[in-house]
Design a protein around this ligand. Structure first.
Ligand SMILES: *[C@@H]1O[C@H](CO)[C@@H](O)[C@H](O)[C@H]1NC(C)=O
Length: 219
């Protein structure tokens, strides 16, 4: 799943070879449960300013620390000055939700220390109904990918308030706009469900679902 363009690989190689600064190129996922706290780990003995930023726009700063104090953009982002002084720059998000599903960068001075992608996992019991919020104008398609398979399969499409699903899903799915409901989930339904906007060919949401305590965290 991890993609690495030649350009990035070369850059990574050069960086590794020619600097002694700590460098991390891998994006590690942090798995959160909806509305639960989650910790984005980052360890570095940082004697200059430390920051958590949005990976795609470094001018969005969620939290920062220096020798005197720490501050954060919003109450939901917590960073501890005591921990910072001990080399622990971990950021706590007090309640994970879909709006916080981003890739976060932990920086010390001008160095990137780590990059953490926040994923939200929905934990369900067998027999429950999975509700997927489509939340965008149609058309969309839903792609299911099981934990062990490399590729996803298209299971449903929604156009003009009508739902078309693969044969094995038709009796278990229904549309109550903007929600698509998959009834009676079983452990074999564990995996990810991607809502893709067909007009812009863009992934709107990825639901990571685990049924009956099987954990998705094997990346
Ligand atoms: C980055 O974030 C800043 C601050 O929120 C914003 O003003 C700016 O437009 C953003 N840049 C991009 C390219 O999105």
């Amino acid at each position: 799943m991890q993609s690495c363009s030649i350009h990035h690989c070369v850059l990574f190689f050069l960086t590794l070879t020619f600097t002694t600064a700590p460098v991390s190129a891998a994006v590690c996922p942090a798995l959160a449960k909806l509305h639960q706290p989650v910790i984005l780990p980052c360890e570095n003995d940082c004697s200059s300013e430390a920051k958590w930023t949005l990976e795609s726009n470094r001018s969005v700063v969620f939290a920062r620390c220096d020798q005197t104090s720490c501050s954060s953009l919003k109450k939901e982002y917590e960073i501890s000055h005591d921990q910072y002084l001990k080399g622990d720059l971990s950021l706590t998000i007090t309640a994970a939700d879909y709006s916080k599903r981003n890739t976060y960068s932990c920086e010390c001075g001008i160095n990137d220390i780590s990059t953490v992608r926040l994923r939200i996992e929905i934990q369900m019991n067998p027999g429950e109904d999975l509700i997927l919020d489509l939340s965008v104008p149609e058309p969309v398609k839903v792609i299911y990918k099981s934990r062990d398979s490399a590729d996803g399969e298209q299971i449903c499409t929604v156009t003009q308030r009508s739902l078309q699903c693969k044969a094995e899903y038709t009796h278990r799915t229904s549309l109550s706009h903007p929600e698509l409901i998959l009834r009676d989930v079983q452990p074999s339904d564990s995996g990810s469900y991607t809502i893709r906007d067909l007009k812009n060919n863009e992934d709107i949401r990825v639901y990571t679902v685990s049924v009956a305590g099987t954990s998705q965290c094997d990346v």
